[in-house]
Design a binder for this molecule. Sequence first.
Ligand code: SF4
Length: 368
Amino acid sequence: MVADGFKPDFALPYTDAVREKTDSLYPLVERLIPRLEWQLHAPYIAAINDLKAEKNAVILAHNYMTPEVFACVGDFRGDSLMLALEAARTDAQVIVQAGVHFMAETSKILCPEKTVLIPDMRAGCSLATSITGADVRLLKQKYPGVPVVTYVNTTADVKAETDICCTSSNAVQVVEHITKEFGTDQVILIPDQYLAKNVAAMVDVKVITWAGACEVHERFSADDIREIRAGNPDVVVLAHPECPPDVLAEADFAGSTSGMSNYVKDKQPKNVVLITECSMSDNVALENPAVNFVRPCNLCPHMKRISLPKILDALQTMTHEVLVDETIARKARKAVQRMIDLPKSPNQSVYDGVATPDSLIVEHPVEA
Ligand code: SF4
């Protein structure tokens, strides 16, 4: 898929040299990508992999990338927590973020001396744009002394106002840790109101949140799940905690993208549906050939701006570089690093239950 507004040099030829360089990769995706279509992708894959070696670059590929990106050029693959950890560890001089802008900012915050590129600057996120650093400062004035936990799906200036970051795979653990450290029974957990509601059901503290939402996950409803079950009686339903609580209540398991992926790998259900972004099912299906995937398809338009031609262009032209003001980066780094430094919890990634109304407050932006 090539997003609007970008005109790659169509099309690079599928030559004998390209075939030699890419034939070993085709088995990774052959169950999803027909040979003829592969011949369109392969020249880009060969050119990208050559340039990565030449420029000492790595590609961090999020689970929501399309399979030809995820499996064939991604050096590190996973959810936003795993990608942040790899960004912090890599020796490469150049990081290309095959994901959205807040992820590239997180990489830059953790690796200020490295060049971080994003193939399309417009790859945003409805959660990241829902709140600003100024909004967080107002929240802190309204709830003095209450620790602020910020989901990584936020801009650097929001992270800079934060005590600690979290992802969907560790949010429960982070909230429990920071409230204990602050000796309080309240937490500000922003900006995803659904993740906050789902976390509130799991912890014994009052959660103050923000009226933000992921435009992909909030579209799923409990009725969707009931319909899927009616058409597929033995299906196992796995849902992401950015979905509304009534969706999670209908699911068999709720967890982050890594949590869902591990569930499928470990339990090998005969039929499964992943209630999350569309490409995730493709990528998990490639690694689990014995599992049948039911596929309702909600695409993230921001993730889908990243394509092979744009990744190649990013490496050829060394654009678009993601920069973060050092004063903001220093403060944001503390919040991200504090999360990274937490001990791993064996039970992270699992959600269960429904928040009671008095355990949760949803704050809205103040009208100007
Ligand atoms: S899937 Fe949702 S949370 Fe993820 S980038 Fe897209 S809009 Fe943001």
